[in-house]
Design a protein around this ligand. Sequence first.
Ligand SMILES: NC(=O)c1ccc[n+]([C@@H]2O[C@H](COP(=O)([O-])OP(=O)(O)OC[C@H]3O[C@@H](n4cnc5c(N)ncnc54)[C@H](OP(=O)(O)O)[C@@H]3O)[C@@H](O)[C@H]2O)c1
Length: 385
Amino acid sequence: MTKRVVILGSTGSIGQNALRVVAEHPGAFEVVGLTAHASVEALARQALAVRPRRVAIGDAAQAGALAQRLAGSGIAVEAGPDGVAAVAAMDADVVLVAITGAAALSPALAAIRRGRTIALANKETMVIAGRLMRAEAAQHQAALVPVDSEHCAIFQCLDGKPRRHVQRLMLTGSGGPLKDVPLERFDALSREEVLNHPRWRMGPKISVDSATMMNKGLEVIEARWLFDVPASQVEVLIHPEAVVHSMVEFIDGSVLAQLGVTDMRIPIQHALTYPDRLPTSLPALDLAAIGRLTFERPDRAKFPCLSFGYAAAEADGTAPAVLNAANEACVQAFLDGQIPLTTIPRTIEAVLAHHRVAPSPALDDVVAADRWARDEAARRWRNGA
Ligand SMILES: NC(=O)c1ccc[n+]([C@@H]2O[C@H](COP(=O)([O-])OP(=O)(O)OC[C@H]3O[C@@H](n4cnc5c(N)ncnc54)[C@H](OP(=O)(O)O)[C@@H]3O)[C@@H](O)[C@H]2O)c1
């Protein structure tokens, strides 16, 4: 049966890979909706290739240019955040949420409230509003199928097993591009060195998060909500080969792991086809050629952002939203050349320390905490954190 697919954030790294998965399986998928933020040309090219019913561009100022590029194609053009949410709510079997950052929250909720299967690549939504996302998904019978490779691995290892059998989730991480770079050099690193991930080719935001290890901090909170376990039961292990994508330890000491080649098309395809599977044209995993798999504990002193993830999960309430927003603001400032890398953890720590956590926040509280944290982060780095 052909699955109707909406891809939110189709012009990004995950979105483009999703379209490659679709192209590899003629007849398996029909792309009915695509969205981007401002990449008019890339979105128009994708739309003319896969012929969705609707597209949306988040930056409303680009709507005219997009409509002009798609004139006569019969493809409807939406614009602005409401337009993106309208495409998210389209009639579809699966909605891939591959918008980066907190901007994905509103479209993700729009799709959840329609009871769609959500292929969730975006991690920030689960971090800032995990409790709400879970509750809405349960209420509207929307399935949340993770795309993040670690969570996809855990999802497959759990495969419906009861939570009372779970002892620990073990999230693996390659260690990022700075694993072996001395801390003293961090402030002198160029944007290119920081974005040069040893194993994965990803968008700029998540690449900086990998360098600071905030990515693992966010993933701990994401796992806490996706799998309904306390953060204290989520362990992070550095695994430079990035072959074991994550593991689950059960109460009888058995450990299940999911392994695979390092290519995001595998977890993307898993989420788009779930609960079915389709073949892949990717090379098979050759463990003999890899030879050795190694694991080590993360260096929490060098990468404090990991500890901030645990602390925010423990504080709960609005703390994870503040962590995420302060991080998003700092990462953008780093990418824009405004601050050096080490200002990121210093600023986040200060913002978290000054946040008064609101317990059991509603969506409005999360949005207010997000806004406060962005302003507070900017104020702090301008004043030398
Ligand atoms: N890349 C990976 O391998 C990977 C792995 C695991 C998880 N993830 C998660 O998946 C998400 C996407 O990552 P990515 O690496 O694919 O990011 P990316 O390459 O930066 O792409 C982001 C996509 O979202 C769109 N977008 C950005 N801001 C938006 C806004 N305000 N409103 C509407 N659309 C917006 C972008 O459109 P424009 O092109 O027009 O800017 C683009 O299509 C992130 O949450 C990331 O943490 C990624």
